[in-house]
Design a protein around this ligand. Structure first.
Ligand SMILES: [Zn+2]
Ligand SMILES: [Zn+2]
Length: 259
């Protein structure tokens, strides 16, 4: 019998915009991995930041990487351990070119030394599983205005699916339906139904579009909605309630979910 290993997902930041009480998108997976880095340095005390070994990125939009420069500065000089930044190559390329470029922020892949840098990039391949730190992590392309990837993350006995920023999508849900032991789905819901035009233009979801995605998802699994734009929160809250769909749970603050 394989040993049961639970998957702990700590929602550090469930929002797609920044305001007091609304932290940008960041999840802590176990104690050594993060998914997206909108608010890691605001949410995690320094010792917890220094325990991080890898940060998986869904895409390079600012609300998902905003804390990455400050995280690199905080862990700079950590003895002998680099922080891995993992994503498919187009995402890494944007981070390399626009963030750690020696113009907007130092290139921490060369500091303190090229041999023992503060950060290293590790390219993932779509649909291919990486095993690291007790996790099996697989990215799948979703539909957003820049290259963006959802993830299936599993301990082998428990799995969770993260949509990333996306409009209506298919490939991730095919993988999610096939993946064993999926116990939670984290699905973006950025705008209210009245903003559906804006959601379509920026490739995001609204409560109505979420309800259309639901039949494609693994069934009987809780669906945690995140990436709400703070100004849309009151309307989204009402619209989600009106759907009367017991699987849907709107994330509005920090929360630890053990799977
Ligand atoms: Zn976003
Ligand atoms: Zn985005």
């Amino acid at each position: 019998m394989p040993r049961e290993r639970s998957l702990s997902v700590r929602v550090l930041g469930p929002f797609g915009g920044s305001a007091p009480g609304c932290r940008l998108t960041s999840f802590l997976i176990g104690s050594e991995a993060a998914l997206d880095a909108g608010a890691l340095t605001e949410a995690l005390p320094l010792p917890a930041q220094r325990r991080l070994r890898r940060v998986f990125l869904t895409h390079a939009h600012f609300d998902h990487i905003a804390s990455l420069p400050f995280l690199a500065a905080n862990i700079h000089g950590r003895a002998g351990v680099s922080l891995e930044i993992l994503a498919p190559e187009p995402v890494l390329e944007a981070v390399r070119r626009h963030v750690f470029n020696d113009a907007t922020w130092p290139d921490f892949t060369r500091f303190p030394s090229v041999k023992r840098p503060t950060i290293r990039y590790r390219a993932l391949e779509e649909g291919r599983t990486l095993r690291a730190g007790g996790l099996e992590v697989t990215p799948y392309a979703v539909n957003h205005v820049v290259p963006t990837f959802g993830y299936v993350i599993s301990t082998g006995t428990s799995a969770a699916v993260f949509s990333g920023d996306t409009g209506p999508t298919e490939r991730l849900w095919v993988a999610a339906r096939r993946a064993p032991n999926v116990q939670a789905i984290f699905l973006e819901c950025s705008f209210s139904d009245g903003e559906e035009r804006l959601a379509a233009d920026s490739q995001h979801l609204t409560p109505r579009l979420v309800s259309q995605e639901l039949p494609k998802l693994p069934q009987r699994v809780p669906v945690y909605l995140y990436h709400v734009k703070p100004f849309s929160l009151p309307r989204i809250r009402r619209e989600i309630r009106a759907l009367a769909e017991p699987r849907l749970k709107l994330l509005e603050g920090e929360k630890t979910i053990r799977l």
